[in-house]
Ligand binder design. Structure first.
Ligand code: ATP
Length: 317
């Protein structure tokens, strides 16, 4: 399902939270809404869901208008045909896994082939053998998979995810990222995923929509955003950036430690060294800016290092 937003705006008590927003999310794609806390991503997700009403604009699911301020159209959440996966899983503690997954089908009266549909959804998340357990008898990752099974069992055209992995520990979070992304691709859903975690966004998304203060900064593939950030905020928020001044930056990996053509050299003091497993991340002080560079070996703080910045890798705003 393709999602089209036209001039969507939203304010709370006179404060604008979403500035006029135009966005087209392709059918079958995995889009992440990314940005710092309070930038408006959850509000946007809730407007797609019908849980929050925009002040202005229009929202289309394919050709179907689900919201129009001028036409006074506002389709309620239960008729938008979306699946939801929330941060806190929101499972019913007194229901078995089977009943949790069946809940949406029963509530909407779609009970034909219920057992088969629930079994298929549980099989998709590899929880066939857990149907009779209760949520408290499951690990965090298994609970998250039940939440996902519950979203897909109603066969939605799109699934909205609100920070679904943030309650999981770091290792589980990483494996669930891959699992979720693979499942969504396999099942062919359009996915809209909210997170403030840039690694999560980079690793899962076909496209990332980066917001700051309710303004869409850039909507593009992770690689494109990293290599061609549209704004200084995007450059700062995605990946590491070494700044020459407030308007010019480059990515740390373009730094060379031996002379290269068409580059400016800097002799800088090492002011920090962090061991990150595969490499050391050195911090170098260039006037008021702190740069980073990956190094196979640690260097003592206070030592100087000459680095070369290639001119054609500079990005200006
Ligand atoms: P986080 O990552 O912290 O969840 P977010 O980007 O999802 O942040 P939103 O939850 O969309 O941000 O909130 C955007 C702004 O709107 C915040 O300043 C928030 O306080 C405000 N806001 C959200 N919902 C309401 C509401 N119902 N009433 C008043 N203000 C609200």
């Amino acid at each position: 399902m393709k999602i089209t937003l036209k001039n969507i705006t939203k304010s709370f008590s006179g404060t604008t939270v979403i500035q006029p927003l135009n966005l087209v999310i392709d059918s079958g794609s995995f889009t992440t809404l990314l940005g710092p806390s309070g930038c408006g991503k959850t509000t946007l997700l809730r407007m797609l869901a019908g849980l929050e009403t925009p002040d202005d604009g229009e929202i289309y699911f394919d050709e179907r208008c689900v919201f129009s301020a001028t036409e006074k159209i506002n389709i309620p959440p239960e008729h938008r045909g979306l699946g939801f996966v929330f941060q806190d899983f929101a499972l019913w503690p007194h229901m078995t896994v089977f009943e949790n997954v069946a809940f949406g089908l029963r509530a909407s009266g779609h009970t034909e082939n219920l057992e088969q549909k629930v079994a298929q959804a549980l099989a998709a998340v590899k929880l066939e053998d857990f149907a009779q357990r209760y949520p408290h008898q499951l690990s965090g990752g298994q609970q998250q998979r039940v939440a996902f099974a519950r979203a897909i069992v109603i066969e939605p055209a799109c699934i909205l995810f609100d920070e679904p992995l943030s309650a999981l520990d770091a290792l589980l979070r990483e494996s669930m990222r891959t699992e979720l992304k693979e499942l969504v691709s396999k099942l062919g859903f359009t996915a809209v995923f909210v997170t403030h975690d840039q690694l999560e966004a980079m690793s899962m998304s076909d496209k990332i929509a980066i917001f700051n203060n309710g303004v869409l900064q850039q909507y593009a593939a992770p690689e494109h955003i990293y290599q061609h950030p549209a704004t200084s905020f995007t450059a700062y928020f995605i990946g590491k950036a070494n700044w020459l001044d407030a308007h010019i930056m480059f990515r740390p990996e373009v730094l060379a430690t031996s002379p290269i053509p068409n580059a400016t050299s800097y002799n800088l003091q090492v002011v920090g060294s962090q061991y990150l497993g595969r490499y050391y991340e050195l911090a170098l002080q260039n006037e008021q800016y702190r740069w980073t560079i990956a190094s196979p070996v640690p260097l003592p703080t206070g030592q100087n290092l000459t680095v070369y910045v290639p001119h054609d890798k500079l990005i200006s705003f």
